[in-house]
Design a protein around this ligand. Structure first.
Ligand code: DX5
Ligand code: ZN
Length: 217
């Protein structure tokens, strides 16, 4: 399967958000990655439904919403109404994760489960045929522009083996410190979706950077 690229809007210029959304529309990107942070699960606060709804009005590609919030179950409906197409929750925030996955799917979105860098990928073994995708954090969540944690490569390989051993169709997404310097290695290890914020929006030519990321494999 072709590698999917999901630019992280967190690194866009919010003073001219419309221009940056249109830039992603015009690029080879596949998804919009939207980071929702609550100041509790992670030390940072970003944006909520209002901004997601506005982006949805002009986005020509699906919205991949990454919830870094406590008690995400409370907000599944509202994110669906706001226009999310993919919705991921952190393993660490869901005591009834299996139920949460099916609530997301039943509301018509793709369901994703995210784990932080310290959590073993084996935690995902028993839900490997339930979630549509798994997001491996390759930085500690909370901020854009951090350095990639190299151990992630082994983690992708391990998860990829678990997925194939169980005949699962789940995709592997990687988020944090991703750029042209490591994209090929990530794709070779088994990543299907690459999230990239800083490496795209701080590039001289974001559209070309997205095209280069898309073509690494
Ligand atoms: C971090 C977020 C990421 C972030 C990635 O908590 O989940 O999506 O925007 O940004 P970069 O690509 O700059 O590391
Ligand atoms: Zn993210």
């Amino acid at each position: 399967m072709k590698l999917l690229i999901a630019p992280s809007v967190l690194s866009a210029n919010f003073l001219r958000l419309e221009d940056d959304i249109k830039l992603i529309n015009d690029s080879k990107a596949d998804l919009f990655h939207l980071d929702i942070m609550d100041g509790h699960f992670v030390p940072n606060i970003t944006f909520g439904f209002g901004i997601v709804k506005q982006i949805k009005k002009i986005a020509k590609k699906p919205l991949d919403v990454h919830l870094m919030i406590e008690k995400p179950d409370r907000y599944i409906d509202e994110f669906k109404k706001s226009g999310a197409d993919y919705l991921s929750v952190h393993y660490e925030t869901c005591p009834h994760l299996h139920r949460t996955i099916y609530t997301i799917k039943e509301s018509g979105m793709k369901a994703g489960v995210v784990i932080n860098p310290h959590n073993p990928v084996e935690l995902l073994s028993d839900i490997v045929n339930d979630a549509d995708y798994f997001l491996l954090m390759s930085v500690n969540p909370g901020f854009g522009g951090q350095s990639f944690i190299k151990q992630t490569i082994n983690r992708i390989e391990k998860l990829s083996n678990i997925i194939s051993a169980n005949n699962s169709k789940a995709l592997i997404e990687v988020d944090g410190g991703v750029g042209l310097n490591n994209a090929k290695q990530l794709a070779d290890a088994g990543a299907n979706i690459l999230v990239a914020g800083n490496s795209i929006f701080s590039a001289e030519n974001p559209i070309e950077t997205i095209a280069l990321l898309k073509d690494v494999k």
